[in-house]
Design a protein around this ligand. Structure first.
Ligand code: NDP
Length: 447
């Protein structure tokens, strides 16, 4: 088996040199899915995983724009259309200086499995740019978004490819891109998700990834006769996903003690309550400030510059910032300090070696493609509402989100339960996500 996996990975690597994040994502899937494929006659010998590791289409384009000083700037735009076997391409746009082909291909590959798990008919894609919105004026962000969409618009559409937000792309950026799409196409369609409520957005979409992750963690805990109440929770990041994960944890009676950004983390031993969280939301979403400012407002908290929060004792950890933010050393520290459950809000925040530590110690561990699927699931619900020209209430969308997270949890159990009763959620999510896409690819022939 090891040899089959190795030769598959070396074939993929030969075509994707210098793409470490992409290879990391493919390896994680191959190690759990190939042993399943070789036992299933219908998939064996069809090179399905090899086809899934090859994007259907990669778009790469120049994005020129003019900054406030009149200087001409040049960034690179991307869209990876990874797999459309079960629906139109769907996945976010990331604006961050670290964006390159490897990062977006890993995200697009993960997205295919994630979207399949949601039970909704969505293929997988991802895109973005190495543009950094940090420190840019609103007018600069608008000019960049308009220039980006001036190329992207010809490749996307409500039945073709429907982008959404991700790191660096929130309501403001989606608004500017939607406006430009509408102007260029002269049509008002649900071509992007994460839209404002008054122009086609869905209630609960901003909350969905963070809430969904907490619902998933609740499912894992419930399976072990536990709840979130009274648990101490360590969260990384302080963006969209982290904020709403914190909000749901607080609502369910847990104590959130950390948040972070790329400059360090804050630790509040008394717990971040609703009022303090409202301060963080105002700070990050409107003032676009740094998390270190939290300790100026709440002096009993501490700020640890340049550090990540995993050294903090906790019951539950919700990594919600970025890829590879939790390594083997961090995993050992979490286990040593009594952490019993890690549920990923971000995409691939735990390294391969960190996951091995969690599995070795039988910690409840949920990979992002399962636990953070709530975001894209509600994006799918936003598409459905756009097609219906109708809006569901907050309660309706929240109930659907909860139901979807429960279904994803069940799928993970179906394919991930081991002989001793331990649920390997990585294996469960990978195989469950694979089966639906693979069946569709088989039915559609060699295309
Ligand atoms: P935001 O841009 O809203 O927030 C990102 C947060 O992560 C910020 O606090 C940011 O800090 C921090 N961060 C980003 N890059 C780094 C880095 N290299 N090192 C340390 N901290 C970093 O993004 P989201 O909250 O939307 O996304 C967070 C994660 O969740 C990503 O992995 C994303 O792919 C994933 N995700 C998001 C979904 C969504 O619906 N938004 C859906 C599913 C997954 P700083 O401000 O200093 O950069």
């Amino acid at each position: 088996m090891e040899q089959i996996i190795k030769s598959f990975l070396s074939e993929v690597e030969s075509k994707n040199r210098n793409e470490p994040e992409f290879m990391q994502a493919v390896q994680e899937v191959a190690e759990t899915v190939i042993p399943y494929i070789v036992k299933q006659d219908i998939y064996h010998g069809k090179n399905i995983l090899l086809r899934m590791a090859e994007p259907e289409r990669v778009l790469m384009f120049r994005v020129s724009w003019v900054d406030d000083q009149g200087e001409i700037r040049v960034n690179r735009g991307y869209r990876i259309e990874m797999n459309s076997a079960i629906g139109p391409y769907k996945g976010g746009l990331r604006f961050h200086p670290s964006v390159d082909l490897s990062v977006l291909k890993f995200l697009a590959f993960e997205q295919v499995f994630k979207n399949s798990l949601t039970t909704l008919p969505m293929g997988g894609g991802k895109g973005g740019s190495d543009f950094d919105p940090k420190g840019k004026s609103d007018a600069e962000v608008m000019r960049f978004c308009q220039s980006f969409m001036t190329e992207l618009f010809r490749h996307i559409g409500p039945n073709k490819d429907i982008p959404a937000g991700d790191i660096g792309v929130g309501g403001r950026e989606i608004g500017y891109m939607f406006g430009q799409y509408k102007r260029l196409k002269n049509e008002f369609t649900g071509v992007l998700t994460g839209k404002g409520i008054s122009w086609g957005g869905s209630l609960i979409r901003p909350e969905a990834t963070g809430y969904g992750n907490v619902y998933f963690a609740e499912n894992m805990l419930q399976k072990n006769s536990q709840t979130l109440e009274g648990k101490s929770v360590v969260i990384s990041g302080s963006g969209n996903v982290a904020q709403y994960a914190a909000e749901k944890c607080i609502q369910l009676g847990a104590k959130v003690v950390t948040l972070s950004d790329s400059s360090g983390y804050i630790y509040d031993a008394e717990g971040i309550d609703e009022e303090k969280l409202a301060f963080v939301m105002e700070l990050k979403n409107n003032r676009r400030g740094r998390i270190s400012e939290y300790v100026e407002a709440y002096p009993s908290a501490q700020f640890f510059a340049g550090k990540r929060p995993w050294e903090t004792p906790c019951d539950i950890a919700l990594p919600s910032a970025t890829q590879n933010e939790l390594d083997e050393k961090d995993a050992i520290s979490l286990v040593k300090n009594g952490c019993m459950c890690v549920s990923e809000g971000a995409n691939m925040p735990s390294t391969h070696k960190a996951i091995a530590i969690f599995h070795k110690h039988k910690i409840l561990f949920a990979p992002g493609k399962a636990s953070n699927a709530g975001g894209v699931a509600v994006s799918g619900l936003e598409m459905a509402q756009n097609s219906l020209r109708y809006n569901w209430t907050r309660e309706e969308v929240d109930a659907k989100l909860k139901g979807i997270m429960h279904e994803i949890h069940n799928s993970c159990i179906q394919y991930g339960e081991e002989s001793d009763g331990y649920i390997n959620y990585v294996k469960g999510a990978n195989i469950a996500g694979f089966v639906k896409v693979a069946d569709a690819m088989l039915a559609q022939g060699v295309v």
